[in-house]
Write a protein that binds this ligand. Structure first.
Ligand code: ACO
Ligand code: ZN
Length: 454
């Protein structure tokens, strides 16, 4: 599946992006000197010809001298929007049966989220724009020496996007280990889905670029025929565990990671393909998994899920949340978030999602919190405190405060936070908060909080 609206377009900082100037440069240079498409035009019929071309075109000679590009090189790269964007080379690999300089390059678009990292061919890269070809190990030092403070801050900002709360050392370790997407696509039910991030599948899957998942038990296989054989004997038609919610064609299943270990591990492998910053290894025993399905006469098809610790000391009511890409932006994410708060209400606790939140996670939560809180403020007559809002919604007080602060609805008067809710301002914010998502019908939720039976 191709993303029609790539989430990397969320808010790419165009100021840092290629200026009109560099784009013109790129185009002009590629017209003047057609890029060596994996050595395609680098195979002159005669050696003498090559000598003439090289001496006549010193820029080409200079460019050939750069090849293969070093890991760490910063250069402009033509993206799927047809425009040049700054990238950093993360990894490179020789092209099978290619010449000595025929490499593919795995690049990170510094303006975009890591999910858009990809393998590119040399003809996508504008060699005129190569900033530096540096050794990865000394790169940080060189960068900090060469960059102005402003440039450095911009790069740091993009670098840590989605990782706000990881310290520098764990961030580096995480990025080193997960730098290249291993599985490029998966087949799941009727969908073929492009993946976003690395996932730590067992080593025997190292050579696979595509995996085939059974959509019901989530076992994964290397070949389509294996999946077809599996489907003939797999007797699951829905996630294992208890169906705790059914409304229309939507069902939610609660899966205990301890009782259904293999399913839970498979789910984590699958989910990691779309989650960047979460811990790679789970002790699934400690978690419950809430799997949302759309059901029809063929079975219950997974749409998304969230996981929840059985016991959380930090009052987390959700660890990881995912809507599978084919189902995204249809309101399921906000449904899952709402569901997690309904469970918290039944437990009589307030809850908060585990940090760090991804860019899309933060957008979804902010949208949810804004809508829930403003709906109450609109209807409520008289004063209301953050504590009261928290009791009504199971949203942790800090999240309420930060949401209302970001909407500029809080003032600090006489040592107290006061909510200032002008109805017109509320309406404006509500409009901006996007759609409400699918509703959870609490009367259809049949659930008791987890009790340790051991
Ligand atoms: N571009 C811009 N905004 C987006 C996009 C996008 N591609 N996707 C979602 N949003 C924003 C929008 O504001 C949207 O509301 P709107 O459609 O009313 O404008 C809001 O997010 C939520 O939309 P939903 O349809 O309710 O959510 P969705 O089903 O798309 O799921 C989710 C959101 C779960 C975050 C999904 O994007 C996802 O699975 N992402 C990958 C995994 C991830 O990042 N999970 C969160 C990690 S943090 C954690 O686990 C605690
Ligand atoms: Zn199966």
């Amino acid at each position: 599946m191709r993303e029609a609206d790539p989430p990397g377009n969320l808010r790419p900082d165009r100021r840092m992006g290629p200026s009109a100037k560099s784009e013109t440069n790129g185009t002009a240079s590629s017209n003047r000197n057609p890029p060596a498409a994996n050595g395609g035009d680098a195979q002159p019929p005669l050696a003498t010809n090559q000598a003439i071309t090289e001496s006549a075109d010193p820029s080409k000679k200079r460019k050939m001298g750069m090849l293969p590009l070093e890991v760490g090189t910063r250069v402009l790269c033509r993206w799927r929007d047809g425009k040049l964007h700054p990238v950093k080379v993360i990894e490179r690999r020789r092209i099978h049966n290619g010449g000595p300089n025929d490499y593919e390059y795995y690049v990170h678009y510094t303006e975009f989220n890591r999910r858009l990292d990809e393998w590119t061919h040399l003809d996508q890269l504008d060699l005129d724009s190569v900033e530096c070809a540096v050794d990865e190990k000394v790169e940080d030092k060189v960068t900090s020496l060469k960059m102005t403070r402003h440039q450095k801050r911009k790069i740091d900002e993009t670098h840590v996007e989605g990782h706000e709360e990881l310290d520098a050392a764990s961030l580096r370790e995480h990025e080193e280990f997960t730098k290249v997407k291993n599985i490029a696509t998966i087949e799941l039910g009727k969908y073929e889905i492009e993946t976003w991030y690395f996932s730590p599948f067992p080593p025997e899957y190292n050579d696979c670029v595509k995996l085939f998942f059974c959509e019901f038990c989530l076992n994964f296989m290397k070949r389509k025929e294996q999946l077809q054989r599996h489907m003939r004997k797999c007797d699951l038609k829905h996630p294992p565990g208890d169906e705790i919610y059914r409304s229309g064609t939507l069902s939610m299943f609660e899966v205990d990671g301890k009782k259904n270990k293999v399913y839970a591990q498979n789910l984590c492998y699958l989910a990691k393909l779309f989650l960047d910053h979460k811990t790679l290894y789970y002790d699934v025993d400690l978690f419950l998994f809430y799997v949302l399905c759309e059901c029809d006469d063929r079975g219950c098809h997974m749409v998304g899920y969230f996981s929840k610790e059985k016991h959380s000391e930090e009052a987390y009511n959700l660890a990881c949340i995912l809507t599978l890409p084919p189902y995204q932006r249809k309101g399921y994410g906000k449904f899952l978030i709402a569901f997690s708060y309904e469970l918290s209400k039944k437990e009589g606790k307030v809850g908060t999602p585990e940090r760090p939140l991804s860019d899309l996670g933060l957008l979804s939560y902010r949208g949810y919190w804004t809508r829930v809180l403003l709906d109450i403020l609109k209807k409520h007559k008289g004063n209301i405190s953050i504590k009261e809002l928290s009791d009504m919604t199971a949203i942790k007080a800090e999240d309420i405060l930060s949401t209302l602060q970001s909407l500029e609805l809080i003032q600090y008067r006489k040592g107290q936070h006061v909510i200032c809710a002008d109805p017109k301002v509320l309406d404006r914010h509500l409009k901006a908060a996007g759609r409400g998502g699918l509703d959870v019908d609490v009367s259809k939720l049949i659930w008791t909080p987890y009790k340790d039976q051991s």
